[in-house]
Design a protein around this ligand. Structure first.
Ligand SMILES: [Zn+2]
Ligand SMILES: [Zn+2]
Length: 346
């Protein structure tokens, strides 16, 4: 291990990140310090760049090696390879039902840059604890609950994006929709989340996997990964046969409305953007899904197994950037030039 601990922190709203020394307090009993090998860039990092205080450390698709553990940690030990995912409290009704994506403290633990009790393990002027990891840094102060131990011989920077975006897309198909062989699915927007849904729908043996996007490169990619039909114009939706399910990653009302018209009675529309309420009537279901309803410690190993057997080739979406080029990576994610940009730490 070489070099000093450092973090890429926010400056002005929406502005470039700058590097600052990373100073952490010692881990609490249930906390874990992870030396990062890689971190994916997710749309949420881009949107949060403008809404957070200067000095905030974003990044929530980390993977790395456990360096130090608190004295009550049992799930991992120093030297273990881990993928980091979203955080949850472990004590609320949803967590006790083994549905941590529905944790009643989800917002506070993942977006509030503090621990549940309001304290911080990051020394001022830094703000950390984003998704229980703040992984745009050489080291993350994580919690035992948001770590997934993985085999030590896997390329960790490649696995990093499984922790949020890919889990969300694939989990929506497999867990939330429980899509069945022979069903027809339309995916609105095929960035990394939508493409993960395409791959998962193929895994499930869907009869039709229709992808809509305005970027040709993404549609080509969707076709290679299993989409049976690609659409570049929202008006083409009207010609589709009745659909069993629609997954929206765009948040665009007009597109969602057009897709809703093609949904069969009893079909399901999934909203992944968590945005404004969309009002519809009748006997079709609208659900809003967080993190693909996945339990990371079960679902991420499942995705890794599918990847290793060639059925979830998500590595084809990745483009790597050194940590020093993080602003370039963020720009590439923003413009769509990279479907999934991943920071690599050396
Ligand atoms: Zn994310
Ligand atoms: Zn909880």
């Amino acid at each position: 291990m070489t070099g000093k601990r450092r973090a890429a922190v926010t400056t002005s709203p929406g502005g470039a990140l700058r590097f600052a020394p990373l100073r952490l307090r010692p881990p609490r009993a249930d906390e874990v310090v992870v030396r990062l090998a890689g971190c994916g860039i997710c749309h949420t990092d881009l949107s949060c760049r403008s809404g957070v205080a200067a000095g905030s450390i974003l990044g929530h698709e980390g993977a790395g090696i456990v360096e130090r553990v608190g004295n009550a940690v049992r799930a991992v030990q120093p030297g273990d390879a881990v993928v980091l995912s979203y955080h949850s409290c472990g004590r609320c009704a949803a967590c006790l039902r083994r549905h941590p994506a529905g944790c009643e403290h989800f917002w506070r633990l993942n977006f509030d840059f503090q621990r549940l009790d309001g304290s911080s393990g990051y020394l001022p002027p830094l703000h950390g604890h984003f998704f229980g990891q703040s992984a745009f840094a050489t080291h993350a102060l994580a919690n035992e609950r948001n770590l997934v131990r993985v085999a030590g011989d896997l390329p960790l920077a490649t696995l990093a994006p499984l922790g949020c975006g890919l889990q969300t897309g694939a989990g929506t198909v497999i867990n939330s929709l429980n899509l069945q062989a022979g069903e027809r699915l339309l995916i609105l927007g095929v960035g990394a989340v939508g493409l993960a849904a395409v791959m998962a729908a193929k895994l499930r043996g869907a009869a039709a996997i229709v992808a809509l996007d305005h970027q040709r490169q993404r549609l080509a990619c969707a076709g290679e990964l299993g989409a049976t039909q690609t659409l570049s114009d929202v008006r083409q939706i009207a010609q589709l046969p009745a659909l069993d399910a629609v997954i929206d990653t765009t948040g665009e009302h007009g597109v969602i409305q057009a897709a809703w018209q093609r949904l069969r009675r009893g079909g399901t529309l999934v909203l992944l953007t968590g945005g404004g309420v969309v009002k519809f009537s009748h006997d079709r279901r609208i659900i809003s899904v967080i993190q693909g309803d996945a339990v990371p410690q079960q679902f991420i190993p499942y995705l890794i197994a599918q990847w290793r057997s060639g059925h979830f080739p998500f590595d084809r979406l990745l483009r790597f950037y050194p940590f020093g080029a993080i602003n370039q990576a963020l720009d590439a994610a923003q413009t769509g030039e990279a479907i999934k940009a991943v920071i690599r730490f050396d």
